[in-house]
Write a protein that binds this ligand. Structure first.
Ligand code: MN3
Length: 232
């Protein structure tokens, strides 16, 4: 066999194996290092949270998707119709969706507050940015046990603050309050325990220093134009 044929064969093998073993979902790339959100979120927490907790959700989601023959369905669709798919998809799909959003709305270069259309909508809905933060923190503090606090856009194009237990989110058809998540704060103890121990309120004060408001505004614009919004 000449070199050219050997090369072709290797490429064909790689092609075949990448299909045979491809995973449906994977960890998103972080746009910053584990230590970059310090002192507000410590590096060790980021490392464990991303490379262990989130990775476990991704692995278990891929297993559940494969076991239930759900390959080819987008994560948003899985969330939107989650009552059809059982607990493993609800917990691990939620875990993957929620954490992917969470990493994307954090940044070491936070502008400190929103501007533009997002700022206008927050002011008109909640009175002021300070009042918005206070209401979000109340939702996050009063969530008993593990869960998430959310800023969502509802189908009436209204900004609403809500919270969900465990790895549920407002996109899910089982959620009491439904909308497209724009900003989510993880209030599981694994998100803050190493640095803040039982002091969830201190973590909630700190996290506002690392919010990526440009990304939240992008989420708002995407949500307004989303086909899913009308179906909620
Ligand atoms: Mn978490």
């Amino acid at each position: 066999m000449n070199n050219f044929n050997r090369f072709t064969l290797v490429i064909l093998y790689l092609f075949f194996f990448s299909f045979a073993f491809s995973q449906e979902f994977s960890l998103p790339k972080l746009n910053y290092g584990y230590n970059d959100l310090e002192p507000y979120i410590d590096g060790k927490t980021m490392e464990i949270h991303y490379s262990k907790h989130h990775k476990t959700y991704v692995d278990n989601l891929n297993k559940a998707v494969s076991d239930n023959n759900l390959k080819g369905i987008s994560l948003e669709e899985l969330m939107f119709n989650v009552s059809n798919y059982g607990t493993a998809i609800r917990n691990n799909g939620g875990g993957h969706y929620n954490h992917t959003l969470f990493w994307s709305i954090l940044t070491p270069g936070s502008t400190g507050k929103p501007d533009g259309k997002l700022a206008e909508m927050i002011n008109s809905e909640f009175g002021s940015f300070e009042n918005f933060k206070k209401t979000m923190n109340e939702a996050a503090t009063s969530r008993f046990g593990s869960g998430w606090a959310w800023l969502i856009l509802t189908k009436n194009n209204k900004l609403v603050i809500t919270s969900t237990p465990n790895q549920d989110n407002p996109l899910m058809d089982i959620s009491e309050v439904r909308g497209i998540p724009l900003l989510g704060i993880d209030v599981w103890e694994h998100a803050y325990y190493l640095k803040y121990q039982n002091k969830r309120a201190d973590y909630l004060e700190a996290v506002w220093n690392v919010i990526n408001w440009k990304e939240v505004e992008k989420n708002l614009n995407n949500a307004i134009n989303s086909n899913i919004l009308k179906k909620l």
